[in-house]
Ligand binder design. Structure first.
Ligand code: ADP
Ligand code: MG
Length: 695
């Protein structure tokens, strides 16, 4: 990371990007690659060979010695297996080689990746195939080739293959709609994604002393510090030098990798921060967010810090989310969610808006399921993140337009005319209304939707697969109706009005944290899936499975497999948390508080013999002894319940949710009370005040 290099020179210097390809490939091969990317054609082996050779030469010049097919299995993190370029050349020498075959297709023993039963154990191989739409890059001496990962029988085992399928599908359907509006030019519509990434930074020394952070990524214990975020002095506050140095290093690392890191600031909780890149196509955004999360952790280590991406590392202060900004753009440079300046552009905008509103309403339970996993259960509905109920915020201006269309009334601003879709222009819709609703799970922010329920650690792939597919479905329904229309303008008007009317229940501009909203949402018939255990079954609800099968995004087996993987993941994460908790109680907390109570008793005894008052020692020892026994009891319950976990995975998930989590909460409450009465020198690990206000 040379700080002396200028930013434009630094940016993307470790990426085999389009410019580099143009430079280093014959024009025929460059052209073939370009058509492959824009039109989805396949590459022949001679082109692949040429690209592979150019990639290798470039990578070797940059100091790379290995290559790896870089993929995104269902673990949610990326995977890589490195092969060196070396080939023996006789006489004990080597040459560096890399063929088109090796570029295009890899084979990896993948029996340890989650497959949800898709890959029988006797067929342990998985295949990786190059995704030419995402640039290769160099990371730690290896040329990384973004790839999809599938089973021998072609089933998707990763988070990329279905994302690419969903991008193709939404493009296909959106183009049908664009043609109806007389657009004959657009060849491709691409979902655009900008993921805002929150994270915590704590000191490495504290981290090393906390088994819960090391094993689970979050604290399982911790009494509330005397001060947390109530002063609201951290959000957008001045960045302290150590954090600033980290952020600078991170920016440079991301820029080298071609990641458009744009914004950095402090977040609401102490030691919480955010990095937001400039948006890009959904596939690149997803790849780059995975890479960014990896780099955030690695760069932290160099600074003696640990970057926590968990949704809720600390109870009592805000958790970390990831806002998924999403829109649709044409290859001709139009954003289909941008209100236009002409009646026709506006009609198009309103139709895409109607499709989105209908889609979110129709598939709210599935969208909820895409953000359901243990870490996020600590946030959603917790008065800091959106509630577990999905609704759409449109803002006063656009909300007013939609309402006037539904009611057929004059719309507010003009106060004179009834809005004629396709004839009138819309009132100006401010791009950046500063008072926009931060409590909404799905907010229209001028020219994009911001899906705010994602957890900070999760891959953005799942939620974007859902948004793309849902949008494809609604656009398909609209195109099916309108393509046969003999009076396009009036049918369009009627369709938009009908859609807004039937789906207005999903629109809500009020305070999503308010209990009154939960009651109203229930009256509106909106689903409120409060936890992962409640939400995951929506993954395989027939209506949802049908949607994905119909559009060729998942086969029925693939969606079932994904559901099973998510359930397994829930059980695994909570099993680790439960065992870590019991371990820390038995090996750290109980011995420490017992020793402290004993010390107090000895002091009290000593004072007694000396005839000195010892109320403090006696009362504290007694309080500790009571709490110690309570803690022991909760720990024993937790252990015996964990031993009785049902064998069936779905049953185990419900059991954990209903029985084990309350055990853990009770044990934590007792332990946290003990922390508040125990001498600091006895308490076995750093507390919240040490960790949160140190960096
Ligand atoms: P904030 O929500 O924090 O106020 P912005 O609205 O400026 O910030 O942008 C948040 C994210 O949305 C950024 O990553 C930005 O690049 C992205 N973004 C902006 N426009 C679009 C768009 N049309 N489609 C998708 N993402 C977008
Ligand atoms: Mg935002």
């Amino acid at each position: 990371m040379s700080t002396t290099r200028k930013l434009p020179e630094l940016f993307g210097s470790l990426v085999f990007n389009e410019e580099t390809m143009k430079d280093r490939l014959s024009s025929a091969s460059y052209g073939a690659w370009k058509t492959c990317v824009t039109e989805g054609t396949s590459l022949d082996i001679s082109t692949a060979n040429e690209i592979a050779e150019a990639m290798k030469q470039w990578a070797v010049e940059k100091g790379a010695t290995h290559y790896t097919h870089w993929f995104q299995p269902m673990t949610g993190v990326t995977a890589e297996k490195h092969d060196s370029f070396i080939v023996p050349a006789g006489g004990g020498r080597i040459i560096m080689e890399f063929s088109g075959k090796e570029l295009v297709r890899g084979e990896s023993d993948a029996s340890s990746f989650p497959s949800g039963g898709l890959r029988a154990t006797f067929e342990a191989r998985g295949y990786t195939a190059w995704d030419p739409t995402s640039f290769a890059f160099i990371k730690e001496g290896s040329l990384c080739i973004p790839t999809i990962f599938c089973s021998y029988s072609g089933h998707a085992l990763d988070k990329k293959m279905p994302l690419l399928r969903s991008m193709d599908e939404v493009s296909r359907q959106a183009i049908r709609i664009l043609r109806l509006f007389g657009d004959t030019e657009t060849k491709r519509v691409t979902p655009q994604v900008g993921p805002e990434q929150e994270y915590f930074l704590i000191d490495k020394a504290d981290y090393a002393k906390r088994k819960d952070l090391r094993m689970c990524g979050r604290t399982l214990f911790g009494a509330k510090p005397p001060r947390s975020q109530e002063l609201e002095d951290h959000y957008f506050g001045a960045i302290r030098p150590r954090v600033a140095a980290y952020m600078k290093d991170l920016d440079e690392t991301l820029w080298e990798l071609g990641i458009l890191s744009k914004t950095k600031h402090n977040e609401a909780a102490p030691c919480q921060h955010e990095m937001a890149p400039i948006f890009s196509d959904a596939n690149t955004a997803c790849d780059q967010n995975q890479l960014a999360m990896e780099m955030m952790k690695k760069v932290a280590e160099k600074h003696g810090l640990v970057c926590l991406l968990h949704e809720k590392p600390f109870a009592g202060v805000n958790g970390s989310g990831k806002h998924d900004n999403w829109s649709l753009a044409t290859d001709t440079g139009k954003n289909l969610f941008k209100p236009g300046s002409t009646p026709s552009q506006n009609a198009r905008f309103l139709l895409f808006l109607a499709a989105f509103i209908k889609g979110v309403d129709d598939y709210q339970d599935f969208l909820r399921a895409t953000v359901a996993f243990p870490g996020n259960d600590h946030r959603l509905g917790g008065y800091e993140a959106p509630p577990a109920v999905i609704s759409i915020f449109l803002g006063a201006e656009l909300g007013g337009v939609v309402e006037s269309i539904i009611k057929g009334t004059h719309f507010q601003e003009s106060g004179k005319r009834t809005l004629q879709i396709g004839v009138d222009v819309l009132p100006a819709i401010p791009q950046d209304n500063t008072d926009r609703n931060r409590t909404s799970p799905m907010a229209f922010t001028g020219n994009k939707f911001e899906f705010r329920m994602l957890g900070s650690s999760q891959s953005v792939s799942g939620p974007n697969i859902a948004l793309n597919t849902i949008m494809a479905e609604e656009l398909k329904q609209f195109a099916d109706q309108l393509e046969g229309s003999s009076d396009f303008q009036s049918d369009l008007q009627a369709l938009i009005k009908k859609t807004f009317t039937e789906h207005q229940r999903i629109i809500f501009d009020g305070n999503g944290y308010d209990d009154a909203w939960l009651k109203e949402a229930e009256a509106r018939g909106l689903s409120n899936l409060k936890s992962t255990a409640d939400a995951l079954p929506a993954y395989i609800a027939p209506k949802n499975a049908d949607l994905f099968v119909k559009h060729g995004i998942y086969t029925r087996e693939e969606i079932q497999a994904r559901y099973e993987i998510h359930v397994e993941n829930y059980n695994t994460v909570l099993t680790i948390e439960a065992h870590t908790m019991a371990d820390m109680i038995r090996h750290d907390i109980l011995p420490a508080v017992s020793a402290y109570a004993d010390a107090l008793c000895q002091r009290a005894y000593h004072k007694e013999t000396m005839g000195v008052p010892h109320r403090y020692e006696t009362e504290t020892a007694s309080r500790i002894a009571h709490l110690t026994d309570t803690l022991l009891e909760h720990c024993t319950n937790l252990e015996s319940h964990m031993a009785a976990l049902p064998a069936d995975a779905a049953d185990a998930m419900q059991y954990i949710h209903q029985v084990v989590i309350p055990d853990m909460a009770a044990a934590r409450a007792a332990a946290d009370q003990l922390e508040t009465v125990t001498d600091r020198t006895y308490w076995p690990f750093p507390g919240y005040s040490d960790m949160l206000f140190y960096v």
